[in-house]
Design a binder for this molecule. Structure first.
Ligand SMILES: *Cc1c(COP(=O)(O)O)cnc(C)c1O
Length: 345
């Protein structure tokens, strides 16, 4: 890997970050706070929240098995995705390489930041070859985006190919593990020590059932995390989110139960889909959704909308001709979807 100084944009490397009142004071027990122009009334909402979310990270560290200083928390993973561009990619000069099809935000953030985005098509089994991605890189490629399990295809990318990228590529490799709670393949977030150029993304929006609170995570070397911390908005995670996340993290067993139910439902949904007259193929999945090739994706999508059932029409996406992406819902929701599809010939 190149040195971090070679990879980080020069203006970011030099940046002296905003120093908030809550940054400057830390340590001593204090009980009089006259430093931040807050209103003394309306506790606890009158006080600025912890800019580095220390209590929350202390709870996340043992659950994710990542040291607290290697954790960045963002307003959804989307904040971390945008930060990767703002930290590493010089607009109109640098570029990034990504698998295709994949999660749409990598490209949207590239476009917003005016950074060239180079998609590399997966093969017909939705797999990658490291060599093909490396061949798309040049001296200005700063980042390679991998999503595993991948959205919208649902499958894990081969571990050996990701390892090869991490070893051969001189820049940053981001592995988005938003759906890893639904998969049994070993996760990359536990291998930060092995790969200094690795950034892993996680989120509370999927298995943890907290999409509304907007809490995403990036795991990386403490050097990369400290650069993220100086670029982010000072109070990017509000108090309500920090409080609710702590509550949720305190009940890990609940999440394990949900995941157990969803995996069982996934199995039976896939079996049922394979029996449908309007379903031609179900692709293998390691996530809480699956991709299904239908006889007429657009027609079926519109028919379901009429019935008040919304799935994701992915048929205009490369390699996903006539495909619907189906999220695993509650038993009742899944039964309603199947009921509506079984009457179609
Ligand atoms: C849903 C999803 C996320 C989550 O984004 P948040 O901003 O944390 O809600 C991240 N990555 C992928 C691939 C996703 O599908």
């Amino acid at each position: 890997m190149k040195s971090l100084q070679q990879l980080v944009r020069p203006n970011i490397w030099k940046l002296s970050p905003y120093s908030s009142a809550r940054d400057e004071y830390s340590g001593h027990e204090a009980h009089v706070f006259l430093d931040a122009n807050e209103n003394p009334y309306n506790s606890p909402y009158n006080r600025y929240p912890d800019p580095l979310q220390r209590e929350l990270k202390a709870m996340i560290a043992p659950i994710k098995q990542v040291p607290a200083e290697c954790i960045f928390l963002g307003n959804g993973s989307d904040e971390a995705i945008d930060l990767v561009y703002r930290v590493f990619c010089e607009p109109t000069h640098d570029n990034v390489v990504a698998i295709e099809p994949t999660y749409g935000m990598y490209k949207v953030c590239a476009d917003i930041n005016n950074v060239e985005y180079r998609p590399v098509l997966l093969d017909e089994h939705f797999m990658i070859k490291a060599n093909k991605l490396l061949a798309a890189c040049d001296k200005n490629t700063k980042v390679i985006w991998i999503c595993s399990p991948n959205n919208p295809t649902g499958n894990n990318m081969p571990v050996e190919e990701i390892e090869q990228l991490l070893r051969s590529f001189q820049g940053i490799v981001v592995v988005d593990e938003a759906y890893s709670d639904f998969s049994t393949v070993p996760v990359f977030r536990k291998r930060l020590g092995e790969f200094p150029n690795l950034i892993v993304l996680n989120t509370m929006s999927k298995a943890w059932g907290c999409a509304a609170i907007r809490l995403g995570m990036a795991f990386a070397s403490k050097e990369i995390i400290s650069i993220f911390n100086k670029v982010k908005y000072p109070y990017n995670i509000n108090l309500l989110t920090q409080q609710h996340a702590k509550e949720a993290l305190g009940d890990k067993e609940q999440v394990e139960k949900w995941v157990g139910i969803l995996l069982q439902e996934r199995r039976s949904m896939i079996d049922s889909f394979k029996e449908l007259a309007v379903c031609e193929k179900v692709y293998p999945t390691d996530a809480n959704f699956f991709l299904a090739k239908m006889t007429d994706a657009k027609g079926i999508y519109n028919y379901l909308v009429e019935k008040g059932i919304i799935v994701r029409n992915r048929s205009r996406i490369k390699l996903c001709d006539n495909c619907l992406r189906i999220t695993i819902g509650s038993k009742d929701e899944n039964a309603q979807l199947l009921g509506a599809l079984r009457v179609l010939k």
